[in-house]
Design a protein. Structure first.
Length: 84
């Protein structure tokens, strides 16, 4: 659209520069607003729930990966483990 609207080189180059600059500004503003919205949402989530659930999940995952008879490892077909 820009190339058909601006037929001479100088105005067309200026229009393309403005178009590219607005794209960069839009991307930057979008990231900043998205980050702010994400922080706003995360700050409303109860941190006590996350503090209770994350250590339990991490320890369960560690136990599943560290035991030799883990059904998780055998179903995944890891080397040295028999498939069930």
């Amino acid at each position: 659209m820009i190339t058909t609207t601006f037929l001479s080189a100088k105005p067309r180059d200026t229009a393309m520069g403005v178009y590219a600059a607005m794209g960069g500004v839009g991307a930057t503003v979008g990231l900043l607003i998205g980050g702010a919205l994400g922080l706003a949402v995360l700050s409303t989530i109860s941190t006590s729930t996350a503090n209770e659930k994350l250590p339990e999940a991490a320890s369960a995952l560690y136990r599943a990966l560290s035991t030799k008879d883990s059904p998780l490892m055998s179903r995944a077909g890891c080397p040295g483990r028999a498939r069930q």
